[in-house]
Design a binder for this molecule. Structure first.
Ligand SMILES: CC(C)(COP(=O)(O)OP(=O)(O)OC[C@H]1O[C@@H](n2cnc3c(N)ncnc32)[C@H](O)[C@@H]1OP(=O)(O)O)[C@@H](O)C(=O)NCCC(=O)NCCS
Length: 184
């Protein structure tokens, strides 16, 4: 029996990039099929190789065997005055899912964003899962997604500061790696 208490949560190191890309490819292949594994593995690689360092954070959960989970936050440009990031993708090693690792990794990541003065974080995914770590459905009058969404109910966000996320509005621009309708 594994336990999440043996894990360490921290930013990724440069020599972990290949393992992280493989983690995303294998986890999404197992959960959604080979094509999705290739798509999300490719996304992870492109996020690392094409995004400015100031626009990207990757967090990992590691044990003595290496990386068991990882997530990305990338900058979402809403206005020149706001600091907004989007969470995703997230992956927990297939045989370690359901142990609380995903929740713990995201919780560490949100605390990291708060310490950097980020005002709000968005994501696009399953409201049931992300609702457990503070995300709520965004009304269409709040930030508009970069592309038409195939699952509008998955457009989620939370404020990390005192004022409500509704203070943000308008179209946003994502980083190049996410700027592809295949992900929306
Ligand atoms: C989705 C994923 C990141 C969740 O991580 P995890 O470590 O397995 O989840 P946790 O054990 O931390 O679960 C946290 C809570 O969310 C719930 N949950 C987990 N996966 C869920 C899902 N797919 N749908 C709904 N709820 C889910 C758990 O029941 C748990 O609730 P509880 O604390 O009230 O019991 C992980 O299962 C995964 O990598 N899945 C495949 C890839 C994927 O779908 N990534 C997310 C989209 S980018």
């Amino acid at each position: 029996m594994h336990g999440s208490e043996e894990l360490r949560f921290r930013h990724h190191q440069a020599d972990e990039v290949t393992a992280i890309v493989q983690l995303f490819a294998s986890v999404f292949a197992a959960s959604a099929g080979e094509a999705e594994g290739a798509l999300i593995g490719g996304l992870a690689e492109k996020l690392f190789t094409t995004t400015d360092a100031s626009d990207l954070f990757n967090l990992v959960a590691v044990d003595d065997g290496g990386v068991v989970a990882s997530l990305f936050f990338s900058r979402l440009h809403v206005s020149d005055e706001s600091e907004v990031f989007i969470l995703g993708p997230v992956a927990v090693q297939t045989d370690r899912q359901g142990e609380g690792i995903g929740r713990a990794l995201i919780t560490h990541g949100l605390a990291d964003l708060v310490s950097r003065g980020v005002q709000a974080v968005l994501t696009y995914g399953d409201p049931k899962f992300y609702g457990k770590v503070g995300f709520r459905q965004l009304s269409p009058t709040v930030i508009k997604a970069p592309f038409q969404l195939s699952q509008p109910e998955g457009w989620l966000g939370q404020s990390l500061v005192e004022h409500a996320i509704e203070s943000l509005s308008g179209q946003c621009r994502c980083v190049d790696a996410l700027n592809d309708p295949a992900f929306w």
